[in-house]
Design a protein around this ligand. Structure first.
Ligand code: GLY
Length: 392
């Protein structure tokens, strides 16, 4: 028989365990957010007044490379500034975020150059609208969603990612999953409901064709323009056509998690778990920051990709909230936290340069942006910190 005394002892035990684990959960999110704000303040001081924004700091340098609004990464810097406004409530960040977002306005009224419009406009004006409800921002986001939709090929049922680089057919890259968020948002907040169907079709077609039997993603899928049939899976930024490029898999994890959030269709949730499983099971690094490609031939002497870890850490926090399986939830949470802690303790730039993180790899086969700082690593790292703060 359980006596009241036994119950009391047991309750005291639980309270002690809980207090102990809270005391030892010493990772200080606020401190990391303060670090990001300090670094971004330093960056603000060196940006030229010519409408460009910081993209990357090469390895061995302390100087940012700046890019114009057409660059695929142009939305990440204003996105970081919006996140800093969210984190601090300080109007200084709002003013800068607005300024750097506005440089991208022409994208909303130009012909679609490629699928990156989502990264560019949703991270800048999309975050801006979420935080300010400015009707002007909303108008820009809605117009851009319509522009992105012009790249949809109804025969293939995906968006063409790189119209300028045919690669032997209609190409769709796994990164394109991320840009569906813009279409989902616009279908809910505007009048063009077809955007929802386009996003769902793109996700379904990608799910059917873009993965190997173990659920690792090809970087690029080539389809026949006219018949819509799959021709071949290839790579552009990975080690080989058959390798698992770390950031590509990260985009898949984040992308299918987001598509489940937007559709509540469990087939996308099941798929998000599958593409996550192969990534986590094949992750061999102790700090959970992957090599740039899981099949890179020189492992362990290959560069890491902190950007992939940042993207996955943010996505895992969200995915953990969609499962009732206690073991899976605690695995996702523990691994996400470990990734965020690794990035915070061992990958921060501090005095090396004014980015947040070191050790990302952009395009190894092209010999560009290897083991350097890149704005999208910083963006998703900051997003992961904010998500973690919210959960705590
Ligand atoms: N193509 C976008 C990326 O480098 O992930």
């Amino acid at each position: 028989m359980i006596t009241r005394f036994t119950k009391l002892v047991f309750t005291l035990f639980l309270l002690t365990v809980s207090a102990y684990s809270q005391k030892n959960d010493s990772f200080n999110v606020k401190k990391q957010l303060e670090y990001c704000a300090e670094q971004a303040s330093k960056t603000l001081k060196v940006i030229p007044e010519d409408g460009t924004s910081p993209r990357a700091v090469p390895n061995g340098s302390a100087a940012w490379k700046f890019v114009g609004y057409k660059d695929w990464t142009s939305g990440f810097w204003p996105g970081e500034l919006w996140y800093l406004y969210q984190a601090t409530g300080d109007k200084k960040w709002k003013k800068e975020a607005d300024k750097f977002s506005r440089f991208l306005t022409p994208l909303s009224v130009s012909k679609a150059g490629d699928h990156d419009l989502g990264f560019q406009i949703f991270n800048s004006f999309g975050n801006g609208y979420r935080l300010t409800k400015s009707p002007q921002y909303k108008d820009i986001v809605l117009k851009t969603a319509d522009t992105l939709a012009t790249l949809f090929n109804p025969k293939v049922e995906t968006i063409q990612s790189w119209p300028h680089n045919k690669m032997g057919g209609h190409n769709t890259i796994i990164d394109n999953m991320m840009n569906l968020e813009l279409l989902f948002w616009a279908s809910k907040n505007g009048v063009n409901k077809k955007l929802y169907d386009i996003a769902v079709k793109h996700a379904e077609t990608t799910m059917a064709n873009h993965f190997r039997p173990d659920y690792s993603a090809y970087h690029v899928l080539i389809y026949d323009y006219k018949t819509g049939k799959k021709i071949k899976g290839r790579t552009a930024q990975g080690y080989s056509d058959d390798s698992m490029w770390a950031r590509g898999q990260a985009w898949a994890i984040y992308g299918f998690t987001m598509v489940y959030r937007e559709t509540k269709d469990t087939k996308f949730l099941d798929f998000a778990h599958k593409v996550t499983r192969v990534y986590l099971d094949r992750l061999t690094t102790e700090d959970l920051v992957p090599y740039w490609d899981f099949n890179a031939p020189g492992i362990p002497n290959e560069p890491r990709d902190a950007s992939a870890a940042a993207i996955v850490s943010s996505a895992l926090l969200e995915l953990s909230s969609y499962t009732n399986d206690k073991n899976l939830k605690s695995e996702y949470l523990a691994k996400s936290k470990k990734m965020i802690e690794s990035l915070s303790y061992h990958y921060q730039s501090h005095d090396v340069n004014s980015a947040f993180l070191l050790h990302s790899t952009g395009h190894k086969p092209a010999g560009s942006e290897i083991d350097c700082s890149i704005n999208y690593a910083d963006y998703y790292y900051l997003e992961a910190l904010l998500r973690l703060q919210k959960m705590k």
